[in-house]
Design a protein around this ligand. Structure first.
Ligand code: GDP
Ligand code: MG
Length: 168
């Protein structure tokens, strides 16, 4: 199998950190500061059964319009068009209007996998609360599936890769 995976989400949910772990290399810029990633960066993961080409994206800018934000949003739209599956990343226990704005801009006919990141955080350690949170988010959008990860600590990354493969 071979195909493209776009990683999308509002700024600071951990998209770049996740991609670094997915492909096992530090090729994307991560930072506490929003807007660090200004251009799409691709990375390729290969194993015996599949090749996944990842497209990291700048976060959708939702707060205000200006020339830079417009360009960032254009880059995102470009990055997601024609991919096989979209990994929509959010923070555990935190689903905001900024996340919803990103969801609304995704193409209608591409499967979207919900990726709940930062499960290492204290507030995400209560399993039933995390399950309830995921159910609430899934009730708002027709996701093709859901996975939980900690990009920073490299938790359940292999699992996410396996979940992505059938979409290629
Ligand atoms: P992006 O804007 O979505 O690309 O987010 P980044 O990958 O640049 O990460 C934003 C911030 O979140 C950085 O300070 C990361 O270290 C932090 N971060 C990313 N993943 C995790 C995680 O799994 N757990 C925790 N606690 N922090 C994370
Ligand atoms: Mg980034």
């Amino acid at each position: 199998r071979c195909g493209f995976v776009a990683i999308v989400g509002r700024p600071n949910v951990g998209k770049s950190t996740l991609m670094n772990h997915l492909i096992g290399q530090k090729i994307s810029i991560t930072s506490k500061k929003a807007q660090t990633t200004r251009h799409k960066v691709t990375g390729i993961y290969t194993d015996d059964t599949a090749q996944l080409v990842f497209v990291d994206t700048p976060g959708f800018q939702t707060n205000h319009r200006n020339a830079l934000n417009d360009r960032l949003n254009l880059n995102v739209t470009e990055a997601v068009s024609g991919v096989d599956v979209i990994a929509f990343v959010i923070e555990a226990m935190r689903f905001t209007d900024a996340d919803r704005v990103v969801l609304k801009q995704l193409p209608k006919h591409t499967p979207v996998l919900l990726v709940v990141n930062k499960i290492d955080k204290d507030k995400a350690k209560d399993k039933s609360a995390l399950d309830a949170f995921i159910a609430e988010v899934r009730a708002e959008f027709d996701f093709a599936g859901a996975e939980v990860v900690s990009a920073k600590h490299g938790l359940r990354i292999a699992n996410l890769l396996e979940t992505l493969k059938p979409f290629l």
